[in-house]
Design a protein around this ligand. Structure first.
Ligand code: ADP
Length: 666
């Protein structure tokens, strides 16, 4: 076995590989770009080497930089993870030429499967069922259009070099063919430097079912059953499960055998996945991924095996650890991918800083493969997947219940993410019914309507107690420093010679403003009066960001996270962003009193209602930002004139970024 390996990747998969290597007593070398200096995978490896600037082409995709790092570290083998160079035959060869083992299949097998068209031709020869289609060399529009007509509409145009759903177009009729072909070719050329396409029948309501295979250098090959990856957005997976709901043992065995034929046809070694598309009881070869897949943990959970350990053993020249008849499925596993993206904006990737991250408790039923920690900055350079949550139980229903409760315990503040969508899917009766198809998300638009739920009284109470506790702490500090610390005027109980004063807590939520009157009742206890006149007797007990809230004889634990003036209250399954408006709001909201209007938190500029040279009144809205799911109006701290407009509608503003400058009148 190797003594030291280099991991030519980042994020969760680098952390995942490090974990197994460590268990096997193998030293690990991480690599990192300038953007990843403080990344989790760097901290977790035994050693880490800088490989270049943030853009992947100059770092994680640079073969010379990676080979140099491997040589400098003395690594004997390189694990490519997934993505980046994992399916790059030149990289596999470069490793060999540098005297290192590439932990993956032979370069020839990568090449054979690298082109979807060539792979299909090869699979047809090996007798593997294909979707009816054309994958020939003649790329003229006439030939491709004739093929489409022959196949019968709807058809799917796919980039032969494709991946990540790029260069893919559904064409419903001959009239649209030429335009769709041109745009698919443009996208393919831009993304892969190769505009070859194939045309195949577009299957309605298909399922994506793939088979995990493993082969050793001695000609042995086994399949580790299937994964159902039908829950997709933009033709890309977000939830995967194993086994596939409703798959019969006979179909499973037939798919497994077909996958083994694929592997044998290209002299495969190592971990690979053969993807099938299944419709109407039949299954067809789609492509083979010659690497470890993102969703490999569900296979690990139902087989009890460590696929990274298998990869390492096979790369080191060991035979497969078991035979097909020693493999069995145990229980059911589901994986949900947590992405920094905005499901309500066509899944646009998001960037930002993770202000708060809470993960569910892990154990035999719940696993988390994550590449991030609180405080990490998620940039625009790499894939926006942050982590994976994997659950296991004896059957699908129990696994689904685990998924729901684990997702409810997950919290991620500071960056747009798909947790609400994942919760909505996990809670949807149609998903619980089983055997979803790839059209599940598009067919259920209600899943995406992330409602800006009005805060409940418990949520308002939690936020109010938080604000009051902050104020109290500030006041205590002030009192201690004052010349008369014993003054009753400074006491927290709101003492006044004419009685007690109620404090005003002003909260802005997605549904509008809430002003709460709070009357001190004793240590951390307040009588709160909501805008509708309801009163609540409340008491809070804090444990970090956790608040045990007692409210009229009812107790609940909520979490209140503060990030630059925004409070996020996490209550049962819900997330409520609130903006606490300071009593002296004019100066609190708009940054410095010097006329510089800056972004209080990272967010998008949604409106700039005033132009340069405009005269503005005190309190007039200058810039409207959208951050943490709510609108924030930045207003003029004083009357004056706009001297500079830096804000651009639609652009992302970093925290503290200058958006506008106004100068006082006269
Ligand atoms: P990529 O390599 O770009 O990810 P794939 O060939 O793996 O593309 O296909 C991605 C997804 O697109 C599949 O999981 C499936 O949902 C959909 N898809 C692919 N081929 C077809 C088809 N012939 N009919 C319907 N959907 C398809």
């Amino acid at each position: 076995m190797f003594g030291k390996i280099l991991i030519a990747n980042r994020g969760e998969i680098a952390c995942r590989i490090i974990r197994t290597a460590r268990q096997m007593g193998i030293a690990t070398v991480a690599v990192y770009s300038d953007a990843d200096r403080d990344a989790r995978h760097v901290a977790e490896a035994d050693q880490a080497i800088a490989i270049g600037p943030a853009p992947a082409r100059q770092s994680y995709l640079s073969i010379p930089a990676l080979i140099a790092a491997a040589k400098a570290s003395g690594a004997e083998a390189i694990h490519p993870g997934y993505g980046f160079l994992s399916e790059n035959a030149e990289f596999a060869e470069a490793c060999g030429e540098a005297g290192m083992v590439f932990i993956g299949p032979p370069a020839a097998a990568i090449r054979a499967m690298g082109s979807k068209a060539a792979a299909k031709a090869l699979m047809a020869e090996a007798g593997v069922p294909l979707v009816p289609g054309y994958h020939g060399e003649d790329q003229s529009e006439a030939r491709l259009a004739a093929a489409a007509a022959e196949i019968g509409y709807p058809v799917l145009i796919k980039a032969s070099a494709g991946g990540g759903g790029k260069g893919m177009r559904i064409v419903t009729g001959a009239a649209d063919f030429a335009a769709s072909l041109a745009s698919a070719k443009r996208e393919a050329a831009a993304a892969f430097g190769d505009d070859h396409v194939l045309v195949e029948k577009y299957l309605e309501r298909p399922r994506h079912i793939e088979i995990q295979i493993f082969a050793d250098q001695f000609g042995q090959c086994v399949y580790l059953f299937e994964r159902d990856c039908s829950i997709q957005r933009r033709h890309q997976k977000i939830i995967e499960e194993a086994p596939a709901p409703g798959l019969t043992p006979a179909t499973r065995a037939a798919m497994g055998e077909a996958a083994i034929s694929c592997a044998r046809a290209v002299g495969y070694v190592g971990a690979g996945t053969v993807e099938f598309i299944s419709a109407g009881g039949a299954f067809h070869f789609m492509e083979m991924n010659t690497r470890l897949q993102v969703e490999h943990p569900v296979t690990e959970m139902i087989t009890g095996l460590d696929l990274v350990a298998w990869q390492l053993r096979i790369a080191a020249g060991e035979p497969l650890p078991c035979t097909q008849d020693q493999l069995a499925i145990r229980g059911h596993a589901i994986e949900a991918r947590i992405y920094a993206e905005d499901p309500t904006r066509d899944f646009l990737p998001a960037s930002g800083t993770i202000r708060y991250l809470a993960e569910p408790q892990t154990g035999p039923h719940v696993r988390i493969d994550s590449g991030v920690r609180t405080g990490d900055r998620v940039g625009v350079h790499y894939d926006p997947m942050l982590a994976k949550l994997i659950v296991w139980d004896h059957d699908r229903g129990a696994a689904l219940a685990r998924l729901r409760s684990a997702l409810a315990a997950y919290a991620l503040v500071g960056i747009r993410n798909n947790l609400a969508l994942l919760r909505a899917i996990a809670g949807h009766p149609d998903f619980a019914a089983g055997a979803p198809d790839t059209g599940f998300i598009p067919r259920h638009p209600d899943l995406l309507a992330a409602p800006a739920a009005a805060p409940t009284p418990m949520v308002l109470a939690a936020a109010a107690l938080h604000v009051l506790a902050r104020r109290g702490a500030a006041l205590t500090a002030e009192t201690r420093a004052s010349p008369d610390p014993a003054s009753p005027w400074a006491a927290r109980d709101g003492w006044r010679p004419w009685g007690r004063a109620a404090e005003d807590v002003h909260l802005r939520a997605g549904d509008g403003d809430h002003r709460i009157a709070a009357l001190w009742q004793g240590e951390d206890a307040y009588r709160l009066t909501l805008p509708d006149g309801t009163t609540m007797e409340t008491r809070g007990a804090w444990d970090g960001e956790r608040l045990r809230l007692t409210c009229d004889g009812r107790q609940e634990t909520l979490r209140v996270i503060e990030a630059e003036g925004t409070l996020v209250v996490l209550a049962e399954g819900g997330e409520y962003p609130l903006h606490a408006i300071a009593p002296d709001a004019a100066s609190a909201d708009e940054g410095a009193g010097d006329g510089r209007i800056t972004a209080p938190i990272p967010g998008y500029v949604r409106g700039v209602p005033v132009a340069a040279e405009a005269r503005v009144a005190r309190g007039q809205t200058l810039v409207v930002m959208e951050a943490m799911k709510m609108e924030i109006a930045l207003t003029a701290p004083f009357a004056g004139r706009v001297v500079e407009v830096a804000a651009v509608v639609g652009a992302m503003a970093e925290e503290g970024q200058e958006l506008m400058v106004i100068a006082p009148e006269g």
